[in-house]
Design a protein around this ligand. Structure first.
Ligand SMILES: NC(=O)c1ccc[n+]([C@@H]2O[C@H](COP(=O)([O-])OP(=O)(O)OC[C@H]3O[C@@H](n4cnc5c(N)ncnc54)[C@H](OP(=O)(O)O)[C@@H]3O)[C@@H](O)[C@H]2O)c1
Length: 281
């Protein structure tokens, strides 16, 4: 049976790649974005009865329910929610403005919470559904200049894994995707939010912009192929809870996960030494 996909930030990159892959697979897609003109432009080459456009700024809680209601009016159900919309705030932690960190969470974390809250009642009623949340390598591994971005993605991982345990009983699956570098607009210097507080001690290493901008346009990952992989995952009876996307992501995440396991085992005795709470404590 064909599925109905609801995708946030579907006007470019991984969102558009996923939407087009789902359409190729014969599924229906609700492509959402905060700028509907831009989203429509991304599908100029696609004419399909199975494609609908819906306004959704994920950082605005008030827009989530109306967007989901419109999707259900159009296609009758939602089988796959892809929380994809996001951007990166980059720079040394000390140089980030508090308001910029709050904005990063408004989109990358709350922008996942609001659509999940709006879609879960629909999926519970259906007794089926799959939520796919786009995290990052930075949601698994601490990376320089990624304190805010990484924190927002770690938050998405914790949210996803926890909610998964609550909604499994209703036939709803949750997967987190951890992409490496994909050739999208994410690192276009015009889309990145950069640190604004100058601190002399960090000046010698150069700016975060100088470090990250060269990756723009040279990333190895293909968003269309990631879209195809997500279509494959959405068709699985037992999809992975955590999916690492791309060879670069595998080469960064695998040793970190192995080192964590090794460190956990190496300190097992010390870990167990904290058992046995006394009543006074
Ligand atoms: N590309 C990578 O290397 C990479 C790696 C790891 C994780 N990711 C994650 O993948 C996801 C997709 O990013 P991408 O790489 O495809 O970059 P992208 O091409 O820049 O796409 C991001 C999309 O999110 C949308 N967006 C941003 N803020 C929004 C808001 N408040 N409401 C609705 N839409 C909003 C953008 O729309 P506007 O045009 O309106 O800004 C844009 O269409 C992000 O969560 C990102 O963190 C990407």
């Amino acid at each position: 049976m064909s599925k109905v996909w609801f995708i946030t930030g579907a006007g470019s990159g991984i969102g558009a790649g996923t939407a087009k892959a789902a359409l190729r697979a014969g599924d229906c897609v609700v492509a959402t974005g905060r700028n509907l003109g831009k989203v429509r432009d991304a599908y100029r080459d696609v004419a399909s009865e199975r494609l609908a456009f819906v306004q959704l700024d994920v950082a605005d809680e008030a827009q989530a329910n109306p967007a989901v209601e419109e999707a259900v009016r159009r296609f009758g159900r939602i089988d796959v929610l892809v929380n994809n919309a996001g951007y990166s705030l980059l720079g040394n932690f000390e140089q980030l403005a508090t308001a910029d960190i709050e904005r990063q969470f408004a989109t990358n974390f709350w922008g996942v919470v609001y659509p999940m809250r709006a879609v879960l009642p629909v999926m519970r009623k259906q007794r089926s559904g799959h939520i796919i949340n786009i995290s990052s390598v930075a949601g698994v591994v601490g990376l320089k200049h990624c304190a805010a971005y990484g924190a927002s993605k770690f938050a998405v991982e914790g949210l996803s894994l926890s909610v998964a345990t609550e909604v499994e009983q209703f036939g709803i699956k949750v997967s987190v995707v951890e992409p490496g570098f994909f050739r999208t607009d994410l690192l276009d210097p015009r889309n990145v939010s950069w640190a604004t507080n100058a601190i002399e001690d960090y000046a010698a290493e150069g700016s975060s912009e100088a470090m990250w901008s060269p990756y723009h346009g040279t990333q190895p990952g293909d968003p269309g192929k990631l879209g195809d992989a997500l279509v494959t995952i959405a068709a699985m009876e037992s999809p992975p809870k955590l999916f690492v996307a791309g060879s670069d992501a595998l080469s960064v995440i695998t040793p970190v996960v192995e080192a964590r396991l090794q460190s956990t085992r190496a300190h097992e005795g010390l870990s167990r030494s904290t058992d046995g709470a006394s009543i006074e404590a």
